[in-house]
Design a protein around this ligand. Structure first.
Ligand SMILES: Cc1cc2nc3c(=O)[nH]c(=O)nc-3n(C[C@H](O)[C@H](O)[C@H](O)COP(=O)(O)OP(=O)(O)OC[C@H]3O[C@@H](n4cnc5c(N)ncnc54)[C@H](O)[C@@H]3O)c2cc1C
Length: 384
């Protein structure tokens, strides 16, 4: 299933349209046929990353000097939309691209030269490890420790729920270099996992939805990282770096939510047009028409808002509060719309062979990861 949604968005020009065709061909050929198998094995195939890299999909909005395509957030939005239109949540490209932006915006010249081309080609897969068994929302409370010993940091601790966790070659690990201070003691370490002694990937976690996504526990037992691998070359910058990059992540989550809302409405209109109840198409019942009228209105409002947000990302004017509003409203609306749509499928909506059932299960975590809805409300409320 890949939904085709007709709409007008001012950020889409002919270049972006032709990029969308490239992405859609990739999704059709490389992702859709493998979705069930990836759900079973709980991760995508490693070669998918190389194929995406060859097409320039992994670094579309990274400058050419670092191996990217020199595009904008519009390219990223197209990729996220096309994955959502195909109902795919297995390919962890979102996190990978976000990791590249951490390095692009905060890395030393050496870190950018070393890692960005490898992330662009897919020869390295990236993860970002913030969450720990004891803390998720409160990032200042992380306990994973990076203790300086000569020319190295020695990392000890554990992380959980880490996307791309089992496949990652490069992990941005949120650590404490100074346990006596809160946010000022946070530093981001660039850990190359190959041959990292003391680093261990734990269980791949069995989730409610997004079954094909590789979500893991990670353990660090005296893992050595050269001092040159603290992001930006200086300790204590981690919290600031996280806060400046989270709007990218939150807007990216919102882009996927809006594309899913559009897809759910389209699939449900098609289904209810065909399904007969009491001798008439289900779509002719007033309840169905009213429910879908409401859902379509929410889809349009979501589209207008997300187009505004995408444009601000392209222009470099997105702010923390608007990105939080985008994540809060679109993910909550995604949950409500997909639930209402599933109801109109009756019992078939509960069967995993129907895309709406997978969309329901996949949607739930959108309100949790990347900062929960409650944390989004806290951020928004603070700005009032
Ligand atoms: C599928 C999946 C993929 C993920 N991928 C990653 C990843 O790649 N990297 C990564 O680092 N993490 C990842 N996460 C973790 C995710 O970001 C966290 O689960 C999330 O931030 C919430 O943290 P927590 O689970 O510890 O919940 P907690 O922080 O314990 O929150 C529990 C509840 O308390 C609420 N709460 C917390 N603080 C407040 C407050 N101040 N006011 C009101 N309510 C509050 C929360 O909103 C929530 O409802 C992923 C999670 C999942 C499920």
């Amino acid at each position: 299933m890949i939904a085709t949604i007709s709409r007008i968005s001012s950020w889409i020009d002919s270049d972006i349209e032709s990029y969308r065709e490239t992405v859609r061909r990739f999704v059709t050929a490389e992702i859709v046929p493998n979705q069930d198998r990836w759900s079973e094995q709980q991760h995508v195939d490693r070669r998918l990353w190389n194929k995406a890299g060859e097409l320039g999909l992994l670094a579309a909005d990274i400058p050419e000097e670092f191996g990217g395509s020199g595009g904008t957030f519009a390219h990223m939005a197209v990729l996220l939309e096309e994955l959502a239109y195909a109902g795919d949540w297995a390919f962890g490209v979102n996190v990978h691209v976000i990791a590249s932006h951490y390095i692009l915006n905060h890395g030393t010249p050496e870190q950018k030269r070393k890692y960005l081309p490898q992330l662009a080609s897919g020869s390295m897969v990236a993860a970002i490890a913030m969450t720990e068994p004891g803390t998720g929302s409160d990032l200042q409370a992380v306990r994973t420790r990076a203790a300086r010993q000569g020319d190295e940091y020695v990392i000890n601790g554990a992380k959980t729920f880490i996307s791309n966790g089992s496949m990652a070659d490069l992990i941005i690990v949120v650590t404490k270099t100074d346990i006596a201070t809160g946010s000022k003691g946070v530093s981001l370490m660039l850990l190359e996992t190959k041959d990292a002694v003391g680093f261990r990937v734990g269980r791949t976690l069995n989730k409610l939805g997004q079954k094909g996504a590789d979500t893991c526990e990670l353990f660090f037992d005296n893992v050595q990282v050269p001092v040159t691998n603290v992001l930006g070359g200086r300790e204590g910058q981690g919290f600031y770096q996280l806060m400046t990059e989270l709007p990218y992540e939150r807007t990216a989550v919102a882009v996927g939510s809006v594309a899913t809302i559009e897809t759910a409405v389209k699939l449900t209109v098609e289904y209810t047009r065909e399904r007969k109840v009491f001798g008439r198409p289900l779509l002719e019942m007033q309840n169905t028409r009213f429910k879908l009228a409401e859902a379509q209105t929410q889809a349009v409002i979501a589209r207008v808002f997300i187009d505004h947000c995408i444009q601000r990302m392209i222009d470099g004017t997105m702010d923390v509060v608007t990105a939080s509003q985008a994540k809060l409203w679109t993910t909550e609306t995604q949950g409500k719309v997909v639930d209402e749509c599933l109801q109109l499928f009756g019992g078939y909506g509960y069967m995993m062979e129907y895309p709406i059932a997978r969309m329901y299960a996949d949607a739930r975590v959108q309100r949790i990861y990347g900062g929960t809805s409650e944390i989004m409300k806290e951020i928004i409320a603070r700005s009032l």
